[in-house]
Write a protein that binds this ligand. Structure first.
Ligand code: PAF
Length: 285
């Protein structure tokens, strides 16, 4: 496994590989890898000749300095995990390399970022899009893999790829869950024992909403059932629970017309903010 920290050395290596006709897969991460990330790596390793995993805690997508500072970082462990997965290339740049100057460009995704995460975290998707665009330029991958846990992020990255005509196929990979249903996330490491013991209720609430929707097909009632379910757990501070059209992120049609829907939520458990979602129908890649 080769580890690069500068775009020039990475580009030179990948240029050589590409000229031999090799197909390149990119898995962008912020490190603190878990099984969810490994699923992305495995998908890429299966379909590409070279898999590049980037590990970079991107400062421009954090809304609070404290959250950026507290974000878990385990580079040695990450590298060991990647080696085991037969990932060929790791790219771990420093801030100076990714942002030699303060970015002047600001990306506005309109409606897509006016709801849910975009609403709660102003500027977050601008930061995500900036760093992903930089990585696309540096790696020039054929395919790039993103977890469906960040559903809105996936929708926005697909929009960016279309709008900028990046020659990249964006592939969403299903959420990997702990045995009790908690969606895997690097942030789970920061949960206290008390909060960890209720964290799986987030997934249970999403399942309650999904079941209600399947049975009654009444959006408001289903949403209320999920909110009510979570209100039984005083240590869970729900920020939002939304039912949205899976690709436009707009509210579902009334009466519900059987379009693909995603049920998404965000909640604080103590100081740790978690997000999760489930599809009502299988989402389209
Ligand atoms: O999903 C993440 O881990 C990050 O938002 C990403 C895509 C690596 C960009 O920093």
């Amino acid at each position: 496994m080769q580890v690069f920290s500068t775009p020039d050395s990475l580009k030179a290596f990948l240029f050589e590989q590409r000229s031999q006709g090799k197909k390149i897969g990119l898995v962008p991460t912020m490190g603190a890898l878990h099984l969810g990330h490994l699923e992305l790596i495995r998908k890429s390793v299966r379909s590409n000749d070279i898999t590049v995993c980037s590990i970079y805690v991107n400062p421009t997508q954090f809304n609070h300095k404290k959250d950026l500072k507290d974000y878990p970082r385990n580079l040695d462990q990450d590298l060991a995990m990647l080696k085991n997965e037969a990932c060929q290339v790791v790219f771990c740049p420093e801030d100076q390399v990714m942002y030699p100057a303060k970015p002047g460009l600001s990306l506005d995704f309109g409606y897509l970022e006016s709801v849910m995460e975009g609403r709660q975290r102003p500027g977050h998707f601008n930061g995500v899009a900036l760093v992903v665009a930089k990585l696309f330029h540096m790696v020039q991958p054929d395919c790039a893999y993103f977890g469906e846990k960040d559903w809105q992020q996936l929708v926005i990255i697909k929009q960016m790829v279309n709008d900028f005509s990046f020659p990249v196929k964006v592939i969403g990979v299903a959420i990997v869950r702990e045995k009790d249903g908690l969606a895997m996330s690097s942030r789970n490491q920061r949960l206290s024992t008390e909060h960890r013991s209720v964290a799986s209720e987030l997934f249970k609430a999403l399942s309650v909403v999904r079941q209600q929707l399947q049975q009654l097909q009444q959006i408001d009632k289903a949403k209320l059932a999920g909110v009510k379910y979570l209100s039984k757990f005083p240590t869970i501070n729900l920020q939002y629970l939304e039912i949205v059209h899976s690709t436009s992120l707009k509210p579902p049609s009334v009466p519900y017309g059987k379009e693909p829907l995603s049920i998404c939520l965000a909640a604080f458990l103590g100081k740790v903010r978690l997000i999760d979602n489930v599809p009502l129908f299988d989402n389209l890649n």
